[in-house]
Design a protein around this ligand. Structure first.
Ligand code: HT7
Ligand code: ZN
Length: 872
């Protein structure tokens, strides 16, 4: 398959002012008739270019007409799934009649069936699987959609915009017409038809317009949408208050579907959600999932401006909408709950998963320069690193100028399809800040490494920070230029008090350093004593920062830094230092031994009632297996696992009574509430329980079972179950069985059970996986189930990384099977295998062999791209 390049971008030779679609929905064949009001694009230089419309192998063309002239075969060609018409007028209506079979659509792109309903997923290039079209985001059109179906089976028929007509056809069917007045690209088109229940609500906008809000689900789920509805209203209000963005249509609808490739989709006025990202109830949903529902509802809603009103010119600009919208949803969640907790969670995810992507064979810039399959570029780099770029702009400009910049961006580009450069240009114009060098963040892949050296001169009372940056080579980008990196810095005295210092004549407790050269020196004056620097506060840039801190420095920062984020960061660094020593011992086959310095630090946190329990829980949570793998130059999965277990047990034994007390102190009575305060108590309580169980105390064992059996909410019940499973509690098997029995009729809970069961470390893990795949609870057609089971298996260190290669082989087998059904899902499952070059040699060889075996098969573009780049 060939790659597509950003440098080859050309404006479309044709435009589509109006799109009229008619869907005759049927269980066997669906007829789609499109009427496209087209004209040559006056800004295109390709004045004689033929009309080339995108289609798919699954679209059958019945007839095509230009104005009223039905084109005979010979006056159009079908080449590589494209419909090519050479002779066209400057203005014309193109009518196409096509047949599709949504019931056989296993890729879940275009129009497909999920349970008993019809639904669509058109981003990025799904619309071409519905009918022939200019399926590119810079072709924006006003859509009118008619849905014709049997009213008994499909009483609910939805599309974008407003319902303008409902009639009966002569065949006894119902025809519903929807009109969306806002021009949009085809990727934002949506259609849903089914027998659905609805929850209604309203929202009054800042200009006093009443907007109808509707959430649709299958009947058995309608009792689980209240939280999403409240989250939607909070998002609408927040976007008005923080960005001045008001909702524009009279109705906003969300539909939950069970089979969905990603989390959700921001179709104009008709968001479609994976039910796992929408439904919530105390009994079936964990705190994490509640927060996820809120964040995703907000994210999709925010796209109405950052993505829909102003969209992307081409898919290389994907981060224009995704990076900005992730930044917006992160800030929203921070405002709704604890900003520091949210920042720690986001950064921890970024440093674990995005840094790994940036260092691997699929590394790409936030604005990629080329791709084979765009679905492979819905990545952590485009989303999460993209959000960090927007956050850095916010830091460099300040909140006020940033808001002016976003206002200008929306004003300048409303109704347009634009680029990341346009976004930055608006920020520059509104603030007067020059972001020329800063824009390298969009074009350079890889994570910059920043080394810092500090030197105090007591006689001068001055403190010098020398910063050095470099970015490692990434595929296709052997050399890099210096980035513009904002580094927030504070200084602490040896007692942990903030130390004021002067930089460039400005005296303050905190400074923003702008590192833009390969090496730069910053000199602070009026520094009254030797400082401990608190660097990169709030993680002000997505870089790997290193500074030779002593353990004493780190303990000081952990206990006293005014920046909550850096307290967490110091704790992590201490833990990483200790774990690295233990990993080395494990690799060398030595008996593990270490006197942990963390014990005292953790003890003070546990007994300090003034702290946010959520922050304490985050600090006490040891760096994950995945994060330690990212840091390692050569990954030894079992050594990492052993080291983590050893350190956790040592801390647990030293602080046994503190953990037992913490567990008791943070138990909550009363009704479940998913608010920041209660979530914080539950997180610390459950973390304490997991340490406590490490001590092998009989009381702890009892507490786990008691919590599992008596919990009134899924957070506590599932925490008890996972703690039991991971610690190999004597009753773990019984508990897993009981959990399944209790929740077998709740698919989202069953998915959690699948994940935990697959992650369970045991002798016959592969056999266990095989029986789970045969289990009534599993369904290869459902992406959530595949992700749960195979994702869970990836966490199973001893089985996945088994020295006989059986774990890798098992995953490769599943990838090959899935690639035939659903390439997007298959491609995402490849990720763990793409890390083969970093694995210890014996495992690396085994992983590579599986990649080669996959490569030898007939592959989709999606899997081909990932595997071929990994092997390159
Ligand atoms: N903008 C949405 C992207 C999306 C998607 C992309 C490829 C394949 C399936 C998909 N489903 C949704 C989601 C978002 O970021 O809001
Ligand atoms: Zn998005």
């Amino acid at each position: 398959p060939a790659a597509i390049y950003l440098k080859d971008y050309k404006v479309p030779p044709f435009l589509i002012d109006k799109t009229e679609l008619t869907f005759e929905l049927d269980e066997s064949t669906t007829v789609v008739t499109s009427k496209l009001h087209m004209r040559r694009n006056p800004t295109s230089t390709e004045n004689t270019a033929p009309l080339v419309l995108d289609g798919g192998e699954d679209v059958k063309l019945i007839a095509v007409a230009m104005d009223d002239y039905v084109l005979p075969e010979g006056e159009y060609q079908l080449v590589d799934n494209q419909l090519v018409i050479t002779a066209t007028a400057d203005n014309f209506i193109l009518t196409c009649e096509t047949l599709i079979e949504p019931q056989n659509n296993t890729k879940l792109e275009g129009l497909y069936r999920s349970s008993s309903m019809f639904c669509t997923q058109c981003e990025a290039e799904g619309f071409r699987h519905i009918t022939y079209y200019l399926d590119r985001p810079d072709v924006m059109s006003v859509f009118t959609t008619t849905i014709i179906a049997d009213n008994e089976q499909y009483p609910v028929m939805l599309s974008n915009g407003n319902e303008i007509e409902r009639t009966q056809t002569e065949e006894g069917k119902t025809a519903v017409v929807w009109h969306d007045p806002f021009p949009k690209p085809a990727y934002l088109f949506a259609l849903v038809a089914g027998n659905l229940e609805v929850k209604n609500d309203t929202f009054v906008t800042q200009s006093q317009r009443e907007v109808k809000l509707q959430i649709f689900t299958e009947a058995h789920n309608i009792d689980k949408v209240d939280y999403a509805m409240e989250a939607l209203k909070r998002s609408m209000r927040w976007d008005e208050e923080v960005y001045g963005r008001e909702y524009d249509l009279d109705i906003f609808m969300i539909v939950a579907v069970d089979d969905f490739n990603m989390g959700a989709m921001e179709n104009k006025g008709l968001n479609i959600f994976n039910s796992s990202c929408l439904l919530a109830s105390p009994e079936t949903t964990t705190d994490d999932s509640y927060l996820r529902v809120e964040a995703i509802v907000a994210h999709e809603y925010f796209h109405n401006w950052s993505g829909n009103r102003v969209t992307c010119r081409d898919w290389f600009q994907l981060s224009l909408k995704e990076g900005f919208t992730v930044f917006r949803d992160q800030t929203f969640s921070a405002d709704m709950h604890s900003a520091t907790v949210k920042r720690v969670e986001d950064v921890s995810f970024l440093k674990t998963a995005q840094f790994a992507e940036d260092a691997g064979p699929m590394a790409h810039p936030v604005r990629p320069a080329s791709f084979i399959e765009i679905s492979n570029f819905y990545t952590l780099t485009v989303y999460e690193k993209g959000a960090e770029i927007v956050r850095m702009i916010h830091t460099l400009l300040g909140a006020e100028n940033f808001r002016k910049g976003s206002d200008l961006y929306f004003e300048r580009h409303d109704g347009q399809a634009v680029t990341c450069d346009d976004f930055v240009a608006a920020m520059e114009a509104a603030s007067g800040v020059d972001l020329t060098q800063f824009k390298r963040w969009y074009s350079q892949a890889g994570t910059p490494q920043v080394r810092v050296i500090g030197e105090y001169d007591e006689s001068q009372q001055s403190y010098t920070l020398r910063l050095h940056q470099d970015t490692p080579a990434t595929p296709g980008q052997p050399t890099k230029l210096p980035s513009h990196i904002p580094v927030r810095v504070g200084l602490l005295d040896q007692a942990g008090n903030p130390l004021s210092a002067s930089l460039d004549g400005q005296s303050a407790n905190e400074h923003l350093l702008e590192l833009s050269q390969a090496e730069q020196v910053f000199e602070f004056t009026q520094v009254s004593s030797k400082p401990v620097p608190s660097l990169l506060r709030g993680f002000s840039a997505p870089v790997k920062l290193s500074y030779e801190y002593s353990s004493t420095d780190l303990l000081l920062l952990l206990s006293a830094d005014q920046d909550g984020f850096n307290r967490w960061s110091a704790g992590q660094q201490l833990a990483v230092n200790e774990l690295s020593q233990l990993i080395e011992q494990a690799v060398a086959g030595q008996t593990l031994s270490l006197e942990s310095q963390l014990i005292n630090g953790f003890n003070s946190l546990l007994v300090d009632d003034s702290l946010d329990p959520a922050m304490v829980a985050l600090i006490l949570n040891l760096p994950s297996q995945a994060y330690l793998s990212e840091l390692a130059s050569e990954i030894h999965p079992n050594a990492i696992k052993q080291a983590r277990q050893y350190l956790k047990a040592q801390i647990a034994n030293a602080l046994e009574s503190e953990f037992a007390q913490t567990y008791q102190a943070h138990r909550l009575d009363g009704e479940y509430r998913p608010d920041a305060q209660d979530i914080a108590h539950r997180s610390l309580k459950n973390l304490a329980l997991s340490y406590w169980l490490e001590t092998d105390s009989a009381e702890a064992k009892l507490a786990v079972v008691e919590q599992f059996e008596s919990a009134n909410n899924m957070t506590d019940q599932f925490a008890a179950l996972s703690i039991a499973v991971h610690a190999d509690h004597p009753q773990a098997t019984q508990m897993l069985d009981a959990f399944y029995q209790q929740w077998q009729d709740e698919p989202l809970v069953v998915n959690k059970w699948l994940m935990l069961s697959a992650g369970r470390e045991q002798e016959n893990a592969i056999d266990n996986m095989k029986s789970l795949m045969e289990h009534e609870a599993f369904d290869l057609k459902n992406p959530n189930k595949v992700r749960s089971l195979l994702g869970g298996f990836g966490q199973n260190i001893s089985a996945f990384h088994h020295v006989d290669g059986s774990g890798y082989r098992f995953l490769a087998d599943q990838i090959l099977v899935l690639d035939k059904r659903n390439p997007q899902i298959a491609s995402r499952l490849c990720t763990p295998l793409t890390r083969w070059k970093k694995m210890t040699p014996s495992l690396s060889t085994l992983m590579k062999a599986e990649l080669e075996r996959i490569m030898a098969d007939q592959l989709s573009k999606d899997v081909y791209e990932v595997i071929s780049k990994s092997l390159a």
